[in-house]
Design a protein around this ligand. Structure first.
Ligand SMILES: Nc1ncnc2c1ncn2[C@@H]1O[C@H](COP(=O)(O)OP(=O)(O)OP(=O)(O)O)[C@@H](O)[C@H]1O
Length: 333
């Protein structure tokens, strides 16, 4: 596996700057998750690393080699897109064998069969190996697409929301499998998702993109606990961080325009009265929708709470985050 380094990457599509001077290193064996709202430039970044697109400025290195002008095949990266791309006339087995049957590899048939068997097992599609690719459900096709990447031994895996079309149980299983592959094989992953749980559980590092700029890069806990801006803070955590006027609960540091409160930063049973608008039981989480001085906020509470809509609960902020009018974080002394 290999390290990926982007230096000063800019990519424009007509008047749109999809990536703006992005520099980023994906360490060898790291699992880097890219987060950002739609249009932030995540897919564009993956396509530039894979060689499907060329940057207007900047360099791409894989394993220390400058691959800026190399073809996708020369870069030896395996890509999985959100939209599966299989050979419809071939069976699942033939689709999985395909990358291994390259004349360049000259692999013995037993080795190909073993590898395909292993990957089919991991992806829970062994019983479908002899089906035509067209005779599969969407989720099964997506698993075969992931399988086609996994049978190879590439320099890195590039994945664009690969699990988003799968049901919750399978998504949870594959999350664990992909993480295991990264851990056991020391594989390098660059991975796009909108899923909070995938980001928090799989990433060794998270890169936050905002309008084509990389605004923060670090371990997921660091992005969660020490975000550089409202934009970065809002990318992780469910329910999302509450952003309210800075002085809603009392004095705020100089220059603060907003106070940011994650659910665990709202202490219940102390402080000032708030009004319970709704109690939402989600199974693993119980959310409280509150109204405080005409502002709405959401927090979580005990699963067995006796609170119900119309009740009053006292709240006070605990170790809140503050941001200026532009959304940049203000650090308190
Ligand atoms: N081939 C293209 N031609 C013109 N504009 C493009 C092209 N590809 C991407 N863009 C534009 O570049 C910007 C970044 O797009 P990109 O697909 O990288 O965003 P994204 O973060 O992956 O979004 P999503 O989460 O919706 O997939 C967007 O404004 C998009 O419209």
């Amino acid at each position: 596996m290999a390290e990926i380094t982007l230096s000063g990457i800019t990519k424009r599509f007509g008047p749109i700057t999809a990536l703006d001077d992005v520099s980023l290193t994906v360490p060898d064996g790291a699992f880097v998750v890219l987060l950002g709202p739609t249009g932030a430039g995540k897919t564009t970044l993956l396509r530039l690393v894979s060689g499907l697109d060329q940057p207007d400025a900047g360099r791409v290195q894989i394993g220390g080699q400058d691959v800026s002008t190399a073809t996708p095949a020369q870069r030896n990266v395996a890509m999985v897109f959100q939209q599966y791309s299989l050979y419809p006339h071939l069976t699942v087995r033939q689709n999985l064998e395909f990358p291994l049957k390259s004349p360049l590899l000259r692999l013995p048939p037993e080795q190909i069969a073993r590898k395909v068997g292993e990957v089919a097992e991991v992806l829970q599609i062994t019983h479908k190996l002899d089906n035509k690719a067209t005779a599969l459900s969407g989720g099964e096709m997506q698993r075969v697409s992931i399988g086609r990447a996994l049978v190879r031994n590439p320099a890195a895996y590039l994945m664009d929301e690969p699990l988003s079309s799968l049901d919750a149980k399978l998504r949870a299983d594959l999350r664990i499998e992909l993480k295991r592959i990264q851990h056991d094989m020391g594989a390098t992953f660059l991975y796009v998702t909108h899923d909070q749980i995938e980001a928090m559980t799989m990433a060794t590092h998270v890169g936050v993109l905002d309008h084509g700029r990389l605004v923060q890069f670090g371990p997921p806990r660091q992005i969660y606990e020490d975000p550089v801006s409202i934009h970065a803070a809002s990318r992780l955590g469910q329910p999302r961080i509450n952003i309210l006027p800075a002085t809603l609960f009392g004095p705020a540091p100089a220059g603060a325009a907003h106070i940011g409160l994650r659910p665990e930063q709202i202490r219940q049973g102390e402080g000032e009265d708030s009004f319970v608008r709704r109690v939402e039981h989600l199974g693993d989480q119980t959310r409280l929708h509150l109204s405080f001085h005409n502002h709405d906020l959401i927090t979580v509470t005990d699963a067995h709470t006796g609170l119900k809509s119309g009740d009053i609960v006292r709240i006070r902020p605990e170790k809140p985050l503050y941001f200026d009018a532009s959304g940049a974080r203000i650090h308190q002394e």
